[in-house]
Design a protein around this ligand. Sequence first.
Ligand SMILES: C[S@@+](CC[C@H](N)C(=O)[O-])C[C@H]1O[C@@H](n2cnc3c(N)ncnc32)[C@H](O)[C@@H]1O
Length: 351
Amino acid sequence: MLVQNNEYICAIQAFIHSALGSSPPKAALLSPVHPFDSYHFLPTPTVFVQPTEKLIDTRGYSFTSQGPAKVDNIDNILEDPNLLWIEDKEIDEDRIKDAQERIAKQGANIALFWRNKYINEAGKYWHTFYKRNLDHFYKNRHYLHIVFPELAPENCQSPTTLLEVGCGVGNAVIPLLDINPNLTVHAIDFASSAIEILTKNQYAIDNRLYPSVCDVVNNEIPVEDHSMSYILCMFVLSAIAPVSQPMVIKKLMKKLKPGGKLFIRDYGRYDEAQLRFNKGSKIDDNFYVRCDGTCAYYFEINELKLLMESQGLQSEECSYILRQYANRSQKIARRRVWIHGKFVNTGNQQD
Ligand SMILES: C[S@@+](CC[C@H](N)C(=O)[O-])C[C@H]1O[C@@H](n2cnc3c(N)ncnc32)[C@H](O)[C@@H]1O
């Protein structure tokens, strides 16, 4: 029922965007919860094992540190009622064609008035998001030291500095602080409602975590230049308008020590969440506004690589994460696409 109501509200929002063009929205017409929000941010399930360890379950399927690995004899997750997710195959031409047809049906970009509003007032929408959801929305991300082993305690033998951009309420950095005693984290977000929650965390009281309100597009980043060993961007670059992304990467690059690394996980091109946007949601190519006013860009890996390299970062890892999840009640396989990247400051940047 809730979903139906939200879909109805989303439809009204889409109608306003397309029919009225430049009239400002009534706040009440913006859905408090996007119908696909919980789907959008489906947490990555985690099994705690050592990075190199492989487990075999009773049915002979192998598991990696993040859950079931490739299941060679299954094309569709619905074929096995016991699986939570499987690795998906590479995106082929048929899938691209199908995705592009679905994108074409999303219609024209929203009017300029709305585009500017969602981009310029992004902080306000995220602030409202955390006021509404507090720290109940995202699950803690317990897998980061596995997918970015540089952050694992055994690889941080001396004090290590990490900047997290778009930290929200700390779902990424708190698990890292829990396991890595050598880590000190500077965590920034432009949503003051999120930072207010994070500031009350014991790690902030103990001076291992320094949360601050900062809009990475419009403000100075409050850490010294070339002082960070690592920078973490978890689903934040996608929230920033593509036009501002190069400038943001440049600013981040300046904060990295020579040899320091930027870690990123974010939404990938043709993710099912991208394909499910309705008319009246598209701001620009591959850039959308959700019903709660927050934005999401869907990255293509070569484009991400170029973005990083254009700002002087060298690509060490840059790939898609392709998975199928089962929605058993609706009998559909959901095909998720994320990007994973690791980029190094080679120390050659011109200031
Ligand atoms: C999808 S959430 C991810 C939160 C967190 N990184 C995680 O993975 O749980 C995106 C976050 O980026 C923040 N954000 C978006 N644009 C930002 C900007 N220009 N400056 C600082 N934070 C921003 C939002 O407030 C939000 O907390």
